[in-house]
Structures are given as structure tokens and as C-alpha cells.
Design a protein around this ligand. Structure first.
Ligand SMILES: *Cc1c(COP(=O)(O)O)cnc(C)c1O
Length: 496
């Protein structure tokens, strides 16, 4: 019997699952075959001795049911959006409609081989071509590369195109402007592309002001990277003026579009003056993510950057769809083959099943849900920027800190109430931040339960802070010493 303390029933059945390497017994196998009716030959008779091993050290000898139970048990320790509310700010943990999965499993898509000839890949190429048109429509830009595998990868691809563009005009330039309220991947991307980061402070309303950009803008600035909506969940309302200032000195406007869920169908980044934007399909366009599912970060761009797009691009020639490798100014490939194709099928399905009006409605409800939480928790938790938000709201622990209760305690206590905690201690510009993004998925009942739990915790912070500091109390693993866990990781299971 693997595990300890198994009893029949519900509450008693808490499995302490050992590693698969700690299970099984010598000689146990996971298959059963009928007796062979052909003569048996020794491996040595077929394969040179020097290529043979005596055995594979360390592999567990387990049965099929051992394997199935092991992985099913640990899968059930996971939290996921199919189990409940997952308000992780900046991550857009929306529900993933099952029709997306059905479409991704169509044999023509699921079994397509990347080396399949173009004539036999017309359906897949058409899907990619049409998805490019839809994403260009949503972003208000001219072309889209579907290659990048994630948001940060899209940023890198976008900035490499900007660098190639400046280089083609004689000077790659040396600096990138980044507001304090941008995502941490933005400065990382700039540094990877060889640029020096010049920070721009946001104004008292939590957004960048045109004046602050004008002060640092010069002809050595290659681009500004603006996260919009920014990491405070606020719309960068001066973006049109900011773009004009940057363009006047020959710079490019890069928008980190990971938070497009609050913008799609309502407003188009191309109309703000943006030249390049990455779109996180795994966030906005519904895709299982978190815990390492595959993503995609297509990049939309203006015409003047099209020569620099990664190759191959998907083009339509008459009634045929072709891959175009003849792009001499291209920055090259940014991944193997064409893209994370299964991800593209899911997002294509999502867009087709929602329609233009549906996408707009999703954005509106995402904004409404975040503002509902904001209005119900305002005063209970400190709101550093007291104004309407977009798809997420950012509180801090300033009120609870008076009782020495901090963001981590609040987040851990939410687990006792059955909620995944929000994003904590991010953005860095808010001390003790709690960043809550409900998405359009959630019903008012769920939001009300979450709000009630948050209010209850605020009350507990006053009445019973000792108890809060030890939370969570209900799950199988309670408060951990996270520093010790990082410094002295214990990676082997030992029976207790
Ligand atoms: C999630 C996110 C990213 C990074 O996207 P990945 O797909 O995780 O690489 C970048 N910027 C913002 C604003 C984000 O929310």
C-alpha cells in the first residue's frame, strides 16, 4: 500500500504520496502480454554487446495501477480554474471553453506533422492566416507573427524587430524608456536586446505623463515599452500624447499587451499610436496555463516593421496558402517550425465562437467584475490609487500592517476559505500589494463569497492576529518556512 494512514471514507482519506521511486517492488511490471508465438532471441544476438546496458538503474518497478493512482493523486493536489476562483492578477485565469479542446483534437490538426508538405497542410495554414487577420483586427495593426511561444518571447521578438528597423536606418540606438508601472519582463527584454533601460516615473494618478516622457526622450531612444493597462490595472490614458512625443524623435512605441483582456473589442492599440504589441493568447484568448501549459505570444506590428518579421510568414497566393521563407531582412526564426500550433487552434476557436461582440462583452464584464471587487473592498483594504480600474485592482496591506498582519498572512488565510490567493507583492511600486484579477468568468455569487472572505480576514486581523500568522490551518500542508524551503530543499520522500 502506498501512502500512510489510508482509511475508507472521505475526511480520513488524506494521502501522503511518496515519490514514484519509493514505490513498487522488484520484478513488478506495468504490462501483461500473451505468451509469444515466435522464437525468442536474446538482445545480444541482435545488438552489439557494447551498446547494451545491464539494466536501467533507478527506474521504479511498478504496476499500471500504481502509476495511474500516483499521478491521479498528485494531480488532485493541484488547484486549477476548473475547481474554483483563481484571481491571480496579471495572469488572466479565465475559464477555457471545452469546445477549444475538441477542435484542437481534430485528427487533421492534432496529427499534422510540421514537415507535412504545404499541399497537405492547407487547412492548418488557412487557420493561421485567418488568425493573423483576427489578431490584426483586434490590435488595429497590419501584420502579425504567430511564432513566439509566450508573452516574454513576444516582447523579445518585437524589440528585435525594432532594433533591426533602426539598424537598417543606420543606428540601432542605445536606450529604451520603461515606466515604473511596466511588467518586469520589459526591462529584461530591453537588456537582452542590448539596450540601456531609462525608467520613467508614473504620475500621481498611477499612469505615465507626457511631460515625464518628453524630459528623457532623445534620438538615442529606440523605443518606449508601455504595459497598457499597466500593472496597477490602470489604463495609460496619456498614451496617444506619449506616442507622439516618441515618434517625433524617431522612436518606436512598444506596448506590452498581456492585459488585452480589458481592451479587446473596445479600443485598438494601433489607434493609440502603438507600433508593436505582443498578445498573450494563453491569457486573453483562453488557453489552459499556469503550471506550465503551452502558451503563445503573437506579435502585431505596423507595415514598416513587416520586412523584419520572423520567417516563414503565412501568405495567401490566389486560393492557396503558402509559407514564405524569402524574407531577406527578417530577424530569423524565433522557434522551431511555425508556432505552438495547438494553442493557435484553441484561440482561433475561442475568437470564432465569441465573435466580435462576444470579445467586447468579455472585456466589459472583466472590467465590471474587477471594479465590483474594488468597490466592495475599498476601505476594508488600503487602495493606493483610488480610481476606477480596468481588469484588475491593486490593494495593499497598509491597514492590516497596524496589527502586524501582512500580505502573506492575508493570502495564506484565503486558502482556508477555499480561494486561490491573488498575486502578492507585485507590482513592486505598491508596498505589500494584493493584485486581484477576477476575469469575466466569475458569477456575482462567487465574487460575493470572495469579498466576504476578504472582509472576514480583515476582521480577523484585528481580533485574532495570532491565528492569522499561522494560516492556513485547513490544508494538508500548513504554513511553511519558505526561506528554509528554498535554502535547504528536501527533495526525497521519507516515510514519517
Ligand atoms: C504575463 C505577462 C507577461 C509575460 O508573459 P509570459 O507569457 O508569462 O511570458 C508580460 N507582461 C505582462 C504585463 C504580463 O501580465
Amino acid at each position: 500500500m502506498s501512502g500512510t494512514g489510508n482509511t475508507v471514507g472521505t475526511r480520513g482519506l488524506v494521502l501522503n504520496e511518496p515519490l514514484i521511486f519509493g514505490q513498487g517492488s522488484p520484478g513488478r511490471v506495468g504490462y501483461s502480454l500473451p505468451p509469444s508465438d515466435v522464437p525468442e532471441k536474446k538482445a545480444e544476438a541482435l545488438i552489439p554487446r557494447r551498446l547494451l546496458r545491464d539494466g536501467i538503474p533507478g527506474l521504479p518497478e511498478v504496476s499500471e495501477v500504481d502509476v495511474i493512482r500516483h499521478y491521479t493523486r498528485i494531480s488532485q493536489w493541484n488547484y486549477c480554474v476548473d475547481l474554483g476562483f483563481y484571481p491571480l492578477g496579471s495572469c488572466t485565469m479565465k475559464y477555457n471553453p471545452r469546445i477549444n479542446e475538441d477542435m484542437a483534437r481534430l485528427p487533421g490538426f492534432a496529427k499534422a506533422h510540421p514537415y507535412q508538405p504545404e499541399e497537405l497542410s492547407q487547412g492548418a495554414l488557412q487557420l493561421m492566416w485567418e488568425l493573423e487577420q483576427y489578431l490584426a483586427d483586434v490590435s488595429g495593426l497590419d501584420r502579425v507573427t504567430l511564432q513566439p511561444s509566450a508573452g516574454a518571447h513576444g516582447e523579445l521578438t518585437g524589440l528585435m524587430m525594432i532594433r533591426a528597423y533602426h539598424t537598417s536606418r543606420g543606428n540601432p540606438r542605445s536606450k529604451v524608456l520603461i515606466p515604473d508601472s511596466a511588467h518586469g519582463t520589459n526591462p529584461a527584454t530591453s537588456a537582452l536586446c542590448g539596450y540601456r533601460v531609462v525608467p520613467v516615473k508614473e504620475g500621481p494618478r498611477g499612469v505615465v505623463e507626457a511631460k515625464a516622457v518628453a524630459e528623457v526622450m532623445d534620438e538615442e531612444v529606440a523605443a518606449i515599452m508601455v504595459t497598457n493597462p499597466n500593472t496597477l490595472g490602470l489604463f495609460e490614458e496619456n498614451i496617444v500624447d506619449v506616442a507622439k512625443i516618441v515618434h517625433a524623435k524617431g522612436g518606436q512605441v512598444y506596448c506590452d499587451g498581456a492585459n488585452l483582456n480589458s481592451v479587446m473589442g473596445i479600443s485598438r492599440p494601433g489607434d493609440w499610436g502603438v507600433d508593436v504589441i505582443q498578445i498573450n493568447l494563453h491569457k486573453t484568448f483562453s488557453q489552459p496555463h499556469g503550471g506550465g501549459g503551452p502558451g503563445a505570444g503573437p506579435v502585431a506590428l505596423r507595415k514598416h516593421l513587416a520586412p523584419f518579421m520572423p520567417f516563414p510568414t503565412v501568405e495567401k497566393k490566389g486560393n492557396r496558402f503558402v509559407l514564405d521563407y524569402q524574407r531577406p531582412k527578417s530577424i530569423g526564426k524565433v522557434r522551431a517550425f511555425a508556432a505552438s500550433f495547438g494553442v493557435l487552434v484553441r484561440s482561433y476557436t475561442y475568437i470564432r465562437s465569441m465573435g466580435a461582440a462576444g470579445l467586447r462583452r468579455a472585456a466589459e464584464v472583466a472590467i465590471l467584475n474587477a471594479n465590483y471587487i474594488l468597490s466592495q473592498l475599498k476601505g476594508v483594504y488600503h487602495l493606493p490609487y483610488d480610481r476606477h480600474c480596468m481588469h484588475e485592482c491593486v490593494f495593499s496591506d497598509a491597514l492590516q500592517a497596524r496589527n502586524d498582519i501582512h500580505t502573506l498572512d492575508i493570502a495564506k488565510r484565503l486558502i482556508d476559505y477555499g480561494f486561490h490567493p491573488p498575486t502578492i507583492y507585485f507590482p513592486l511600486i505598491v508596498k505589500g500589494a494584493l493584485m486581484i484579477e477576477p476575469t469575466e468568468t466569475e458569477s456575482k455569487e462567487t465574487l460575493d463569497q470572495f469579498i466576504a472572505a476578504m472582509r472576514r480576514i480583515a476582521q480577523e486581523a484585528q481580533e485574532n492576529p495570532e491565528m492569522l500568522r499561522l494560516a492556513p490551518h485547513n490544508p494538508r500542508v500548513t504554513r511553511m518556512n519558505e526561506t528554509k524551503a528554498a535554502r535547504e530543499p528536501k527533495l526525497r520522500w521519507q516515510p514519517t
